[in-house]
Design a protein around this ligand. Structure first.
Ligand SMILES: [Zn+2]
Length: 286
């Protein structure tokens, strides 16, 4: 099964509310939408439940992204605590929304060594998961692979954190992986390798991002429309279809829902070529 949708309320959606966004995604034939609480969490409980109910009715898989500025591995405990608070606050709303995953940024290096950074992050993650447990949250905490070599959170570090703390899952941002490896994702084998990296976690479904991206020296520069970048979406789809993976792909390109539609069309075309009718981008019966 493939779940495709935009990072945030679609740009073409006249109403700017999550409720209207979900409706609009369904009208576009998309079956996922990520709500972005990038600058803070302002949504009351009743409204969150309403959005979750509508999304379920319309077969749109909803998810949430915590504020961008978080550092679970800082040398400054005040920053770590603030980050934990931001993430748990988002997670609470995400859980009310019925989201499977709440995505967060692990952080960045400070004065600590790489080993200490990882240890610090694991401690913070344990505190967050403790909160999840107390709240009986169903949502999982997703750790995003970051897009700069000098930023904490490469594939190995994300894997290590997921292995250390149960309830934490990897979030593969293919644009970020591509930038970090200076354009390393070229062939289907390259994409397969990324999934294989997480083999020890025995994942049954994946949460990912896709965009065109520009990069230099192992760092992302800009997200660009898929057509303007050198990251080949079809190669990813080959792997997903070959392996029959269950994957959510959130478009975080600057033309968010347009590129989500681009992805959907490409998937449908590739399925046709394989002689598979219908298409995986369907709406789940609720
Ligand atoms: Zn992110």
């Amino acid at each position: 099964m493939l779940w495709i949708g935009p990072a945030g309320v679609p740009l073409s959606c006249k109403g700017r509310t999550p409720l209207e966004g979900v409706q609009h995604c369904q009208e576009l034939g998309l079956n996922a939408m990520e709500l972005q609480f990038v600058r803070g969490v302002r949504m009351d409980d009743e409204y969150a439940k309403q959005v979750g109910t509508l999304a379920k009715e319309l077969g749109v898989k909803i998810s949430a992204h915590a504020p961008y500025y978080t550092n679970l591995a800082a040398d400054d405990d005040k920053i770590v605590q603030k980050s934990i608070d931001k993430i748990t606050l988002t997670a609470r709303v995400a859980d009310l929304l019925g989201s499977d995953v709440v995505v967060c940024h692990p952080g960045f290096y400070t004065s600590l060594t790489k080993k200490e950074t990882l240890k610090k992050a694991v401690g913070s993650l344990e505190a967050i998961l403790q909160y999840f447990e107390e709240g009986k949250f169903k949502v999982k905490l997703g750790l995003e692979v970051m897009g700069k070599q000098q930023t904490f959170g490469d594939l190995d570090e994300v894997l290590a954190m997921c292995q250390e703390v149960s309830g934490v899952v990897p979030v593969i941002d293919f644009g970020h992986v591509h930038a970090r490896t200076n354009g390393g994702l070229k062939t289907t084998a390259d994409f397969q390798e990324v999934f294989d990296k997480f083999e020890p976690l025995k994942m049954s479904n994946w949460y990912t991002y896709f965009t065109g991206i520009t990069y230099s020296n192992g760092s992302e520069l800009h997200h660009v429309p898929i057509k303007k970048g050198d990251l080949d979406f079809d190669k990813l789809v080959e792997v997903i279809l070959d392996q029959d993976y269950d994957v959510t792909i959130i478009s975080n390109s600057p033309i968010i829902e347009h590129d989500a539609m681009f992805m959907k069309i490409h998937i449908e075309r590739m399925l046709e070529r394989r002689g598979v009718g219908g298409g995986p981008v369907q709406h789940e019966d609720s």
